[in-house]
Design a protein around this ligand. Structure first.
Ligand code: AVJ
Length: 342
């Protein structure tokens, strides 16, 4: 007996592919990487003006706290940037199409929860999506989410510290590459480093990019800037202090977060928000082979978040070698999205 052909079963979508995942950031499990990280942290903590790189905010809890920050009333960048993309998706897609870019490989630098890319993917229709982040476990979950939303999309998650270079694994296809760098993350670099990083992306031998789609926070009044980094609920303070817990984990140090105070200020001369952790009393921190005495009021510098003008960023992108630059802003000019073509 002939079984009736089940048309509906044939037209069912394929089960979702799973994202591939390549972990190149393993200071917790790889002895050599762990040593390099310990050295980097020790150098910063024993310097006369102590500092720790902001990349150490992003352990799994840190990524969750940052996600909470993006929902705060005071933290305008995330929703402002989302509004710009919302309003400009069509012109952005048209700009890329006019540059001859179709179905690119979308490389999401510091992808975090991948929420920004998920709004972009339907408009850009990338052939491959490559979220890159230092927060490896958080990224794994986020990449799964993207796959659930876009079952047919080829996804290659990469756990890596791209501040150290952009050598992407071979699984990243040689399609046209569009680098996506939203959220004003470039602001974490000092301007000279930012220029180097942008040059690296623009260099055809390195980043193999066709262009860069980047969100950047703009200079505005000091009160609004400082409130964004010192919110009433204290979420940013918790995010800042959690860095010490991550350092304790990576360095086997004995920081007590209760002994530290969150400080955020706008340094107008440098055009940057600075975050610090300030010792509330004299104290000593110890870790294998080292110790550091902090006087009451002494600070650890944990973050710079540079704020640009549209002209300043345009100049920087040109200096980096990008040829064609466009930008979109919100009605208050608080934030800008730049397209820079190689
Ligand atoms: C992720 C670097 C863009 O600078 O606004 C948020 C990080 N620090 N609140 C920023 C951050 C404190 C954020 N970036």
């Amino acid at each position: 007996m002939n079984l009736p052909l089940n048309i509906s079963a044939l037209s069912l979508p394929l089960p979702p592919a799973s994202p591939q995942f390549i972990d190149l950031y393993r200071p917790g499990t790889d002895a050599q990487a762990g040593q390099a990280t310990a050295q980097e942290l020790t150098d910063g903590l024993t310097a006369p003006a102590a500092s720790v790189s902001p990349k150490f905010f992003y352990n799994e809890l840190g990524s969750k706290l940052f996600e909470a920050i993006t929902g705060l009333e005071e933290y305008y960048p995330t929703r402002t940037e989302a509004g710009i993309f919302e309003a400009a998706h069509t012109p952005i897609a048209a700009t890329l199409a006019a540059a001859g870019i179709s179905r690119p490989c979308l490389i999401d630098l510091g992808a975090g929860n991948c929420a920004k890319a998920m709004t972009l993917i339907p408009h850009l229709q990338p052939r491959q999506y490559v979220p890159v982040d230092i927060s490896v476990e958080f990224l794994r979950d986020a990449a799964e989410q993207v796959q659930n939303n876009f079952p047919a999309l080829d996804i290659v998650g990469v756990g890596m510290d791209f501040s150290a270079g952009l050598a992407l694994p071979d699984e990243v296809q040689p399609y046209d590459r569009v680098f996506f760098y939203p959220g004003s993350s470039l602001g974490n670099f000092h301007p000279a480093q930012a220029l180097q990083f942008l040059k690296h992306i623009a260099d055809p031998a390195q980043g193999k990019a066709r262009g860069l789609l980047m969100g950047i926070d703009l200079v505005k009044d000091t009160a609004r800037l400082e409130a964004a980094y010192d919110d009433a609920l204290g979420v940013t303070g918790a995010f800042n202090k959690n860095l010490l817990l991550n350092v304790n984990e990576l360095l086997a140090s004995d920081f007590d977060v209760r002994q530290w105070r969150h400080v955020a200020l706008f340094n107008a001369a440098e055009s940057r928000i600075e975050m610090h952790l300030e010792a509330t009393s004299e104290l000593t921190v110890r870790w294998p082979g080292h110790e550091r005495l902090f006087k009451a009021g002494e600070r650890i510098h944990t973050e710079c978040s540079y704020k640009y003008t549209v002209d300043g960023m345009t100049t920087l992108l040109r200096q980096a070698g990008f040829k064609h630059i466009e930008y979109w802003t919100d009605p208050d000019s608080w934030f800008a999205v730049f397209w820079a073509a190689v």
